[in-house]
Design a protein around this ligand. Structure first.
Ligand SMILES: Nc1ncnc2c1ncn2[C@@H]1O[C@H](COP(=O)(O)OP(=O)(O)OP(=O)(O)O)[C@@H](O)[C@H]1O
Ligand SMILES: [Mg+2]
Length: 324
């Protein structure tokens, strides 16, 4: 499978008042053609910031892109012109943002918002755009479409808006869909239908998906590969079988042990002590060192680089460097 998107050594800082916060550090991962690559990790690990950095959607007044590149179909999106970025966003790379309320303009009816990218990128024929919108809204399980299209976001539930965001992202048949917790506001019963739908559409239009979630059980059912993020860095990356069945990084192991459906005995689920450090106080060594059960001296002093475990699996942990 060819690589569609390659994020290499990406570091991003946020300037907050006089402080420069090193939010993302040396992030590397790739998404291949027609694959689902999942980005997982606890809240605050930097999943959304990573996804927004890909097409430079972070707030310009605070974000600084310090190192790295984002290669998409041969173009470095971090160093390309604004015109090229605009052509890519929405058409080539489409987003389902984490918060459907913030995506939609409260003052515009749904119809105007959902057809906008189609009119810009595909055709100015409004009738055709509305037909496509109805087709997709029907696919995501909405009924009474004329009335939905003429409603304002405030007239709909969070679940409905999330489905509308999914349909909106698919209007231009993107090559890459970045889906940030796309089903978090949707009932569990409907969640699996929507996931099936995304996978069906993925194979119909040969789309790749960067699927962002903190739900490892969900991700293990739909992803081809997984990258585990911890406090602004990638802890481990590999195929689903590598990461779920043969996790190497102590953080991945702890995450898996805390998922009820993966636990051997659900009455004895483990929790990970402590919380994810914020970019204000990332440890000077390994970012997981403050919570890791396997921590040793070197982890407190240096940041581990990715160590190759197998052809497909890499883990950023000194345990494996020591073992070599
Ligand atoms: N606009 C911002 N200004 C300052 N800090 C921010 C901003 N947006 C995010 N951050 C910080 O960047 C870090 C990463 O946040 P991010 O939203 O990417 O986490 P996440 O992994 O998506 O979490 P969640 O699972 O809760 O969505 C956090 O420490 C967060 O506080
Ligand atoms: Mg997020």
């Amino acid at each position: 499978m060819d690589t569609l998107l390659s994020v290499e050594n990406l570091s991003v800082s946020f300037r907050v008042e006089e402080t420069l916060l090193p939010v993302l550090q040396n992030i590397s991962f790739s998404v291949k053609n027609a694959e689902v690559h999942a980005l997982v990790g606890e809240s605050g690990c930097g999943k959304s910031v990573t996804s927004l950095a890909i097409t430079k959607l972070l707030p310009v007044n605070i974000a600084e892109y310090n190192t790295g590149s984002v290669n998409y179909k041969g173009i470095d999106l971090l160093n390309t012109g604004y015109e090229e970025l605009l052509k890519t966003r929405g058409k080539e790379i489409a987003y389902i943002f984490q918060d459907p309320f913030s995506t939609l303009n409260p003052l515009q009816i749904i119809k105007e918002q959902i057809i906008e990218s189609y009119l810009i990128h595909i055709s100015e024929n409004e009738k055709e755009a509305v037909e496509k919108a109805k087709f997709l809204l029907n696919k995501v399980g909405l009924t009474d479409l004329d009335s939905r299209l003429n409603s304002y976001p405030s007239q709909m539930s969070g679940g409905m808006l999330q489905r509308i965001s999914i349909a909106m992202a698919l209007m231009c048949d993107p090559s890459l869909l970045i889906a940030d917790e796309p089903t978090s506001a949707i009932d569990v019963t409907i969640q699996s239908q929507l996931i099936e739908l995304l996978l069906k559409l993925k194979s119909e239009i040969k789309m790749s998906i960067l699927f962002i979630s903190h739900d490892l059980a969900l991700v293990s059912a739909l992803a081809d590969r997984i990258s585990v993020m911890y406090a602004g860095r990638i802890a481990e990356t590999g195929s689903v079988d590598d990461v779920i069945d043969n996790p190497k990084h102590p953080y991945t192991i702890a995450l898996i042990d805390s998922v009820p459906s993966f636990g051997k005995d659900s009455r004895r689920l483990k929790t990970i002590r402590g919380i994810v450090p914020s970019p204000y106080d990332y440890p000077s060594g390994c970012h997981f060192s403050t919570r890791c059960e396997k921590v040793f001296n070197r982890c407190l002093l240096h940041k581990p680089l990715p160590v190759r475990i197998s052809e497909s699996q890499y883990s950023s942990c000194f345990l494996f460097e020591e073992a070599k």
